[in-house]
Design a protein. Structure first.
Length: 317
């Protein structure tokens, strides 16, 4: 009995041992290293993938380089700016529908619209003044900033005016005014910073009575601006040769020619575009002239425009 029982146990033990060897053998087979031919095949696939990725990177770099140096470039890398002195733009002009239609036709395609000589002091205290409401209705794609009334005499509204900045709503902007410690400017300069382009757009309306002194003070204003900037404004000077020995002419670019006609009554560049000498992120600095009757009713000044370029742009949709 005991012998027979022992025999059954031994047989069972032998069978289990054989099964274990078979299982271990199968496991060892599964753990065998990949054949050399398989390794070569995998390495080839890896190299092809790396080469494809490198080609995609080169194509990406090429697209950005072309967009940067192309004259027109891609629309997403251009900030189009227009400036216009509208000459006594007050209540009577707000009621002129032909004039307003012409204003929109000429300027609405630009990302930044700068308007000077806006005249409605009521807007200083009334957020719903007719000037503000009319401009917001005229340019629904833009946000509006309307400055306080600017002028040298706070007790006299004559000669006081406002600056209007209209910025396309997809851009983030901040508005700044110059702290005129020397009291030189009759109407202090303003500028906006557009964060997506890391650029400042400035404007000023120089007083005709004190034009040379105010223009000579502009470098001090420029030094208060952090980063790249361009100024579009009315300098009220026909012959800037009187400034040739001054900092404003030596250290900054005057992007229009002296004989560019920016005013229908004068054969000179009364309005100007100025930037630092090393500022090269622009193209198409020009006078946007128009000879139609509605434009002449709008102002005796012609609009100015410029395109500012950027290689890295973040646009909010």
């Amino acid at each position: 009995m005991n012998s027979e029982h022992y025999g059954e146990s031994a047989c069972a033990s032998h069978t289990a041992s054989s099964y274990s060897k078979i299982v271990n053998y199968e496991i060892e087979i599964e753990k065998q290293p990949v054949l050399i031919e398989d390794k070569i095949f995998l390495n080839k696939k890896k190299h092809k993938f790396l080469f494809f990725g490198f080609c995609c990177f080169l194509l990406f770099v090429l697209v950005f380089v072309v967009s940067w140096f192309a004259t027109d470039g891609f629309t997403s890398t251009q900030l189009k700016v227009v400036y216009w002195n509208l000459k006594d733009f007050g209540i009577s002009k707000l009621d002129n529908e032909d004039l307003l239609s012409n204003l929109r036709d000429i300027t609405s395609s630009y990302d930044i619209i700068i308007l000077i000589e806006l005249e409605q002091s009521e807007c200083d205290t009334n957020l719903y003044c007719s000037m503000r409401l009319k401009l917001e209705d005229l340019f629904p794609e833009h946000s509006l900033y309307l400055s306080p009334s600017l002028g040298s005499n706070p007790n006299n509204n004559r000669g006081k005016e406002q600056i209007g900045f209209m910025i396309r709503k997809k851009y983030t902007y901040f508005v700044y005014s110059y702290f005129d410690t020397n009291g030189i400017f009759a109407r202090k300069p303003y500028y906006i910073y557009v964060s997506e382009y890391n650029i400042n757009i400035a404007t000023v309306h120089i007083s005709a009575q004190n034009s040379e002194s105010e223009v000579s003070e502009l470098p001090l204003f420029f030094s208060s601006i952090e980063g790249d900037f361009v100024l579009l404004g009315d300098l009220n000077i026909c012959d800037p040769s009187t400034l040739n020995n001054q900092q404003i002419k030596k250290e900054y670019q005057w992007l229009l020619n002296d004989d560019d006609k920016t005013n229908s009554n004068l054969n000179c560049a009364y309005d100007r575009i100025i930037s630092p000498l090393n500022f090269n992120r622009f193209s198409h600095a020009r006078v946007v002239s128009s000879d139609n009757e509605a434009q002449r009713v709008s102002s005796d000044h012609y609009p100015l425009s410029i395109i500012c370029k950027n290689i890295f742009v973040i646009v909010k949709i």
